[in-house]
Ligand binder design. Sequence first.
Ligand SMILES: [Mg+2]
Length: 216
Amino acid sequence: MTRLRHRHLIWDWNGTLLDDLDLSLSVMNAILARRALPRLDRARYHTLFDFPVRTYYGRLGFDPARDSFEQLSVEFISGYDARRLESTLHRDARRLLGAARDAGLRQSILSAYRQETLREIVAHFGLDGHFDHIAGLDNIHAHSKLDLGRDLIRRLDTPPGEILLVGDTLHDLEVARELGVDCALIAAGHHPADRLQATGAPVYPDLAAFAAAHGL
Ligand SMILES: [Mg+2]
């Protein structure tokens, strides 16, 4: 039986349900290698990654006179998209989505990934039936999903106090706070446990721990 007082779960996709950390690192390392820049390992990535991703790109050492943010975004997304099916769901993601549905919770996705590709990959994993709404951005620049979140909340017809956003980054928490909804963070994606815990928000090491804590 669920101990959640929420009626709607809003899921982040990349890093929260989809385990794409290693793919993101590998794609970025290929871009860095082409410019003889220092490569990333998990620890350095976790320290540098941020939203808007423009900030993160700036920290990687690219020369803005040579590489515009827009060009780098295109290079990253085309590299990522070409290999997107190499990533798998996080362990427990599929079971947890089913358990939440069986507990009577409604669910949606709010993602900075491009809408069309997002829908396609959610369907690829056979998960589209779980979600009332699958909301992605209409561009590839991953600036912010706040406006998209506002639009989603309006469509849910659920009081913000009954909505829980589940994500893996500081941006997810920032969006949840702006939207006035609760937030749970899973430290198995693009930000490390210490950066997430420093916010004071509830942090779980993985989806299994989140599920156990909520009776799902
Ligand atoms: Mg994420």
